[in-house]
Design a protein around this ligand. Structure first.
Ligand SMILES: Cc1cc2nc3c(=O)[nH]c(=O)nc-3n(C[C@H](O)[C@H](O)[C@H](O)COP(=O)(O)O)c2cc1C
Length: 180
């Protein structure tokens, strides 16, 4: 698939078939996501693959928040990936001070780029994904026993698409782009 087609046809997929996602396929996705640009090539993004339906059910039942259909998405996905990041690297100088007034905000920026690269790679390999931000982050981080030097960023449901919705409307270029 060429890059433009991949960008234009990737959708957030919220319904998946029962077909499992092989470890080999997920490894390919992560190997491609590793090529995302990152602050000083710090590559802080990590991926915890959750393939135990009991754990997914617990996350769906006990760690989601109102405002999204995430419990059903998580229960219906063959695989759930928790994206985490290694703290205190991205946005920092070697002596531990911040490089810019964005302070540690760059770590979220890098995670976003990595997540989109992950989703585009998955799409190219025939998988559907949806990034989810609506969950009880601190409690879920404890339940998943995320290491102390990492922080939970996002959940990404992964599977073979059963249903792909239309693209939500995008803003026009004249709204997005200005010139000086
Ligand atoms: C940071 C972030 C958080 C999101 N959180 C959720 C979520 O909790 N639940 C959900 O169903 N979709 C979530 N989405 C998916 C967006 O709703 C979706 O990307 C947007 O509507 C555009 O649709 P598209 O991805 O098909 O182009 C999230 C997307 C991003 C980037």
């Amino acid at each position: 698939m060429d890059a433009q087609t991949c960008i234009l046809t990737r959708r957030s997929v919220r319904k998946f078939t029962d077909e499992p996602v092989s470890r080999e396929l997920l490894e390919k996705v992560v190997a491609l996501a590793a090529y995302a640009p990152s602050w000083k090539n710090t590559q802080i993004s990590r991926y915890l693959a959750i393939e135990d339906p009991a754990v997914q059910n617990t996350i769906a039942e006990e760690y989601c928040l109102a405002g999204a259909n995430n419990p059903n998405i998580i229960k219906g996905a063959p695989l759930l990936v928790a994206q985490t990041f290694v703290k205190d690297r991205c946005g920092y100088n070697r002596d531990g001070t911040f490089t810019t007034d964005r302070e540690d905000g760059w770590q979220y920026y890098d995670c976003g780029i990595a997540a989109q690269t992950f989703c585009l790679a998955a799409h190219d390999l025939g998988l559907g994904t949806v990034i989810m931000g609506v969950f009880d982050r601190k409690r879920l981080q404890a339940y998943l026993e995320i290491p102390q030097d990492q922080e939970l960023m996002a959940l990404i449901a992964v599977g073979h698409p059963a249903e792909v919705g239309p693209a939500p409307k995008r803003k026009d270029v004249d709204v997005l782009l200005s010139w000086r």
